[in-house]
Write a protein that binds this ligand. Structure first.
Ligand SMILES: *Cc1c(COP(=O)(O)O)cnc(C)c1O
Length: 337
């Protein structure tokens, strides 16, 4: 087993410098670590849907017979369904690569948000250099849960830089159509979306982007062929064909989010932040309570939450919105502290 590259192989310095992304722990790994059987666990650490895909999605995936064939390279059926959903006819382009910036040799400039996690537009504008190409923002933002004001996005668009808005959680927000309708009016606005959270399809890796045509043309040249697999096409098309049923699940999650917020808020040692996503960020605000203690008790109850390594986020935890029973059981665990 070679653990370092042989001398003859040259690894790009950008890749050498990249650190691995640590996703939320899986049920399997948590179960192995704690000895609690998977059936007894509650997974609230990765913003996944507790409802999963629609039953008709599972059926459509099982009924499909042509998995031996490559997907439709033009994704015609999926694009048609997405056009109806987004009310846009510009061709959506697939594949979203976020941490690819560093890999591509670009340097990333991180602009801190304000104390209450608002985007600091003036600070962003002041930090732009002639070589700045992209401004990337999440709305609603993960993990803080707040959305960006449209006026702030418009101010950033005035800079002429390409502004990328990651709307992975937009369906859970107060404005579920997001900024899609602005895309045709600007040469520099890109909106990225995902079926992972609201449609319960995280395991199928299906997302899309809304791009000005000139950018879409370059994206199509740069992407690998068949980046979205056939199962992803089927599941997304089936989801959009039964939109009302998925949106009913989304409404349940939004309703449960407010109940989860009240539950977290009722713990004397926690301060939750209002959220427009399917998760809530909370801070341990009592000097007598350590986050490690919270984690230990919560994990003893078989509940997975998201914790953070960055020094500035050490006292925070993020809870994905689950089923009502999940909120109740988390509440029982938190009340023991
Ligand atoms: C979960 C998430 C996504 C979606 O990622 P996929 O690769 O589509 O599953 C995108 N952006 C943010 C901020 C997220 O939290």
């Amino acid at each position: 087993m070679y653990t370092s590259s042989p001398r003859i192989t040259r690894v790009r310095p950008e890749l050498e410098g990249l650190t691995e992304y640590f996703p939320g722990e899986s049920l399997e790994a948590f179960s192995k670590r704690t000895g609690i059987p998977i059936e007894r666990l509650i997974k609230l650490n990765s913003n996944e849907s507790p409802y999963g895909p629609l039953p008709s999605v599972i059926k459509a995936l099982g009924d499909y017979r042509n998995y031996n064939s490559y997907p439709d390279a033009d994704a015609t059926a999926l694009r048609t369904a997405l056009s109806a959903y987004t009310e846009l006819d510009c061709p959506p382009t697939f594949s979203l690569y976020t941490s690819i910036t560093t890999f591509c040799g670009a340097s990333v400039l991180e602009i801190p948000r304000t104390a209450n996690y608002e985007v600091d537009v003036n600070r962003i504008l002041a930090a732009l250099t002639p070589s700045t190409k992209l401004i990337v923002l999440c709305s609603p933002n993960n993990p803080t849960g707040n959305s960006i004001a449209e006026a702030d996005v418009l101010a950033l668009l005035e800079s002429g830089r390409i502004v990328v808005i990651d709307e992975a959680y937009i369906e859970f927000s107060r404005r579920p159509k997001g900024l899609a309708q602005l895309v045709p009016n600007y040469p520099n606005l890109v909106v990225l979306r995902s079926f992972s959270k609201w449609a319960g399809l995280a395991g199928l890796r299906i997302g899309y982007g809304l791009f000005p045509v000139w950018i879409a043309r370059y994206m199509l040249r740069a992407q690998c062929p068949f980046e979205v697999n056939v199962a992803g096409h089927i599941a997304a098309i089936e989801t959009l064909a039964h939109l009302e049923r998925v949106l009913a699940d989304v409404r349940c999650i939004v309703q449960e989010r407010e109940r989860l917020f009240e539950m977290l808020n009722s713990q004397s040692y926690l301060t939750p932040f209002p959220s427009q996503g399917n998760f809530i960020l909370a801070r341990v605000c009592d000097a007598n309570v350590m986050i490690e203690q919270v984690r230990t008790v919560v994990e003893e109850h078989g509940i997975l939450l998201r914790y953070f390594q960055q020094p500035s986020m050490r006292d925070f935890l993020r809870v994905s919105v689950g089923l009502p029973d999940h909120t109740d059981r988390l509440g029982e665990a938190l009340a023991k502290i």
